[in-house]
Write a protein of this length. Structure first.
Length: 87
């Protein structure tokens, strides 16, 4: 199956982030923070490129807005961090 344009750009962005932005070297641990789950393809591409560059371990963390919303609505007040806005 042919690689889509979106997949190709994600792969190239992952390579750019690893080789130029972070300059990942063999044996390093890499931490990737994606601010939305929709950025998963880019997070995966960065992880793939980091492992290809010799990273020892790669962690990808996604910020999920729906999970934060649930926390703000239902968690004990000590865990809410910010006051929930109620419509």
């Amino acid at each position: 199956m042919a690689e889509s344009l979106h997949d190709r750009y994600a792969r190239r962005l992952g390579t750019l982030a690893v080789e130029v932005g972070a300059n990942v070297a063999a044996g390093q641990d890499v931490f990737v923070l994606a601010m939305d789950v929709q950025q998963a393809p880019i997070g995966r591409a960065v992880a793939e490129s980091a492992y290809e560059a010799g990273a020892r371990y790669v962690t990808v963390l996604y910020w999920d807005q729906q999970v934060k919303r649930a926390r703000l609505r239902h968690a004990p007040w000590q865990l809410r961090f910010f006051r929930a806005l109620r419509a």
